[in-house]
Design a protein around this ligand. Structure first.
Ligand code: F6R
Length: 612
């Protein structure tokens, strides 16, 4: 989720790059940098200036030493491979080639080894530097005069997601841009052209934009742009006129960041699974994270809020697939009850921000008592990863809306990877079952996109029930944490009182609340426990409660009891939480939108809670 900008034209490019990066800082802010081609009578040199931290740090450096040139690229980073540091900041230079990149290269380890064997020396931990070396190598092979061709050949060796901009000293008038599964847009100007990861970065200069598609390469010069595919075949496509305002462009046309982030979930989950699953070997790989499975007797999950809900789903997954016992604790409670944990135990913390004070304190406590501490986090090198033995990162990208959405589903995806990994190693998950589950997991992102398409129906339901004073959310098994999450989302952004309950517990108390004024949201996908949930629904119906059901497409019975049925694609029960939560996020969003609350910054809440 890094920000990218490129300029080629007749103006000094550094101020244009910095202005663009300022508009992109919301995409990532752990380091920033620029590379500018400086050309004079002696030839062309690349000036690369980059540093860790916010864009203001880079601006301070540039005040002392501003590169001067008409062709340049700029980057603001959200770390995925390699912690935030000066060395890992983009652009990365290899030989005469400089590269900025947004995305994740799946085969980075094998490419790095191969390049090392060829004598290449690396100065960063990033997957991006590999691309720079590959292109420099190809450029050398071809005599150095065809940058576009060198990029094309290099990209043929790369697997994964990328949006890149490439400069070379032997090609002082051009930038080569390429895209696969990460966004990239070209802005067409008069005697100048622009490249950006997002429209807002270049909207002040042009509204004529050409969106690159998967596997396309653009040769960008001040006089024009040529696009071809990875086979070198020319592609002709007319640019579009963008009519968005600057503010709505930042949200890519969505009304709120939360709504944009709900829509980003298919992409975020794909990125989190990318390169970590193999159907052939029926296994899940956790980067370099060693769970020390043979020594692990018990796992304790600690987290807060939405991340705690992910932990509850994680317990279900890990216990079922690996048979290792799992406890789930609220981090804010954990260390005040003298937790029983020590050598041979694994503490798995979950945190989007990596900064939540309660979770951090729990990690420190467990580590001090001798437990192995692993975290699932979104923000690379934040406090919790730094305090842990190892970290498995979700690749959700920056989450701006205070109410967590894509961070939650990527946490579920990461926990599924952990559960498969453990299950294969404890021997409880057979090869056949693992490979079946992995195949189904890889189908989840497209099913998520399908569910987001139900937004108009959910908007109508939100209007119909959004005046209620209270809501009840019910779910069973691994959908019980989703009921809790649905209730939390509604409370946070619409300020309506809501409670999540295991459906089977309803008759032990909450049933007293049910009357004609109480909407009851029930998670009732097909699977184990479905019949029991249907009986619970009959109990609600008998008390005139209004039932909003999230059920499986094709379910003929649900319509006979539910007042509203949101029908979603089928999935194995292990994976259902990745889908059932989406309608609840949308319901909360539309109720809040209808009420006119401040959705992205709800009252009294903060994105990362750094006080205990
Ligand atoms: C809810 C929400 C919070 C966070 C909680 C933990 O939408 O965002 O409940 O989940 O504050 O935050 P992290 O995951 O950053 O530790």
């Amino acid at each position: 989720m890094c920000g990218i900008i490129g300029y080629v034209g007749e103006k000094e490019c550094t101020p244009i790059l910095i202005e663009g990066l300022r508009k992109l800082e919301y995409r990532g802010y752990d380091s920033a940098g620029v590379a500018v081609l400086e050309t004079d009578s002696q030839g062309t040199r690349t000036q690369v200036i980059r540093c860790r931290g916010k864009l203001s740090n880079l601006e301070n450096l540039l005040r002392k030493d501003q590169p001067s040139g008409l062709v340049g690229i700029g980057h603001t980073r959200w770390a995925t491979h390699g912690r935030p540091s000066d060395e890992n900041a983009h652009p990365h230079k290899a030989g005469q080639v400089s590269v900025i990149h947004n995305g994740i290269i799946e085969n980075h380890l094998s490419l790095r080894n191969q390049l090392r064997a060829d004598g290449r020396v690396f100065s960063s931990e990033t997957d991006t530097e590999i691309i720079a070396h590959l292109i420099d190598e190809e450029l050398k092979k071809s005599g150095g005069d065809n940058l576009r061709e060198a990029v094309r050949r290099a990209l043929k060796q790369v697997r994964g997601a990328y949006a890149i901009c490439v400069l070379a000293e032997s090609a002082p008038d051009q930038i080569i841009a390429a895209k696969n599964a990460s966004p990239l847009v070209l802005g067409l100007g008069d005697g100048e052209n622009f490249i950006a990861s997002d429209v807002p970065a270049i909207l002040a200069h042009t509204r004529k934009m050409l969106f690159l598609e998967e596997g396309e390469i653009a040769d960008v010069r001040k006089t024009g742009i040529e696009v071809c595919d990875l086979e070198g075949k020319r592609i002709e496509r007319a640019p579009k006129e963008i009519t968005w305002s600057a503010v709505s462009a930042e949200k890519e046309g969505y009304k709120h960041f939360m709504f944009k982030e709900i829509h980003e979930q298919a992409r975020a989950v794909t990125d989190t699974l990318r390169g970590r699953l193999s159907v052939e070997s029926a296994d899940a790989f956790l980067d370099d994270v060693d769970l020390a499975v043979a020594d692990t007797k018990k796992i304790t999950i600690v987290a807060c809020g939405t991340s705690w809900h992910a932990g509850l789903v994680g317990k279900f997954l890990i216990e079922q697939l690996s048979r290792i016992p799992v406890e789930v604790d609220l981090a804010s409670e954990y260390r005040y009850r003298e937790p029983i944990i020590g050598k041979g135990d694994l503490l798995l913390s979950i945190s989007q921000s990596g900064e939540t004070a309660d979770t951090l304190a729990a990690v420190k406590e467990a580590r001090q008592k001798g437990a192995r501490t692993i975290c699932i986090a979104n923000v690379v090198d934040s406090s919790i990863p730094r305090a842990s033995h190892a970290s498995l990162y979700t690749h959700a990208g920056p989450e701006i809306g205070v109410a967590s959405t894509k961070a939650f589903t990527t946490q579920l995806a990461a926990l599924t990877l952990v559960a498969i990994h453990l299950g294969r190693r404890t021997g409880h998950l057979s090869e056949a079952k693992a490979s079946e589950l992995i195949k189904e997991l890889l189908l989840i992102p497209s099913k998520m996109s399908d569910i987001v398409g139900l937004a108009p129906q959910i908007q109508v339901i939100a209007r119909r029930y959004g005046q209620a004073r209270d809501f009840l959310f019910l779910g069973r098994g691994n959908n019980y944490p989703i009921a809790l999450e649905g209730a939390l989302k509604l409370k946070e952004i619409s300020y309506i009182h809501a409670e999540g309950y295991p459906s089977g517990e309803m008759k032990h108390g909450p049933i007293a609340l049910i009357d004609v004024h109480m909407p009851v949201v029930v998670l009732a996908p097909k699977g184990p426990g479905y019949d029991k949930v249907m009986s619970n629904l009959a109990e609600v119906k008998a008390r005139e409660g209004k039932i909003i059901a999230v059920a499986t497409r094709g379910d003929k019975d649900i319509g006979t009891v539910a007042d509203e049925a949101i029908l979603i694609p089928d999935a194995p029960s292990f994976l259902q939480p990745l889908l059932t939560v989406l309608p609840l996020q949308l319901l909360a969003y539309y109720v809040a939108d209808f009420k006119g609350t401040d959705i992205d910054q709800p009252r009294n809440l903060a994105k990362s809670v750094t006080v205990e």
